[in-house]
Ligand binder design. Structure first.
Ligand SMILES: NC(=O)c1ccc[n+]([C@@H]2O[C@H](COP(=O)([O-])OP(=O)(O)OC[C@H]3O[C@@H](n4cnc5c(N)ncnc54)[C@H](O)[C@@H]3O)[C@@H](O)[C@H]2O)c1
Length: 266
């Protein structure tokens, strides 16, 4: 389905590591809908991933940026405006990583230095991005900034560990910064709380395959996949949602409203 929903819009997309990444699908779909984009990821990820293949497909330039480094973000936002020829209409923050999860530390025995790094990468980077963009006056009026979250921000999913607090912080930044952006330039800030999705970050969580199946049964529409998530992101980048801001929006096939699913008992 192509509708030129984003015709003429300029965007920056963080986090396309490989073709399973949610950001990869968002990039492909945004360009199909008429957007011009810049792709970005941490320098180490650029060396690993197939982002050049995506860039070629999307006719997009790639700029490396560690999202925890203010200088990198400043360079990215300045260069992107030069490349795209003006202010930015939309940004996708699709970044998540937990050092304690990666190193298999139990939630009751966390390493606090790693925890701080996790918060910096997965949540504070969102504030750093918005603060840098605001200082550079890089966002167009009625622009849209979206970050990806997970329902562990509201409910307990034991193996999600410190990422739960990262997502709670991320969602809170969307509400708080969303106020300031709205007042300054009518820019919108939202988070999308996505179903479990088979990606590198997703499958790094212990027991992910079992959990993925559980969520799929619990959700009356089934789990939302990365492509559907991309389509939802596009609606938030579009002018049709121009009065939506400071929200955490569930994109989960109905999971968040369920109490009990008979399918899980049979
Ligand atoms: N996969 C799921 O089940 C799921 C569910 C809900 C929300 N999310 C969220 O979606 C987002 C995207 O994850 P994904 O599932 O597509 O996995 P992914 O592993 O493909 O993407 C994560 C990205 O974060 C990037 N990243 C890590 N550290 C960075 C840094 N310092 N600077 C810049 N980029 C950095 C990685 O390079 C990678 O591209 C994350 O916020 C994740 O928490 C994922």
């Amino acid at each position: 389905m192509h509708t030129s929903l984003l015709a003429g819009k300029k965007g920056i997309i963080f986090g396309a590591l490989d073709e399973k990444s949610i950001a990869w699908k968002v990039a492909e779909r945004a360009v199909e809908e008429g957007a011009h984009i810049v792709l970005t990821n941490a320098p180490v990820a650029l060396r690993m991933g197939g982002i050049n293949e995506l860039a070629e497909k999307c006719k997009a330039q790639v700029i490396g940026a560690d999202a925890t480094e203010l200088a990198d973000l400043e360079h990215l936002l300045t260069e992107s405006q030069n490349i795209l020829g003006g202010k930015i209409d939309f940004i996708l923050h699709s970044i998540g990583m937990s050092l304690n999860v990666r190193k298999k530390k139990e939630y009751t025995d966390l390493n606090y230095e790693w925890m701080q790094k996790t918060f910096d990468i997965s949540a504070i980077s969102f504030h750093k991005l918005m603060q840098t963009a605001m200082k550079l006056d890089a966002m167009a009026e009625w622009g849209s900034i979206v970050a990806l979250s997970y329902i562990a921000a509201q409910r307990t999913f034991p193996d999600y560990s410190e990422m739960a607090e990262s997502k709670a912080l991320l969602e809170s930044f969307a509400r708080s910064f969303g106020y300031h952006w709205a007042k300054k330039a009518k820019v919108r800030v939202n988070t999308i709380s996505q179903s479990p999705t088979m990606t590198t970050a997703g499958s790094g969580v212990k027991g992910f395959t079992d959990f993925y199946g559980y969520a799929d049964k619990m959700s009356p529409l089934g789990n939302a996949d990365a492509l559907a998530c991309a389509d939802y992101c596009l609606t938030l980048f579009s002018d049709y949602t121009r009065m939506v801001t400071m929200q955490n929006l569930f994109h989960d096939g109905g999971f968040s409203s369920m109490g009990m699913a008979p399918e899980l008992i049979d």
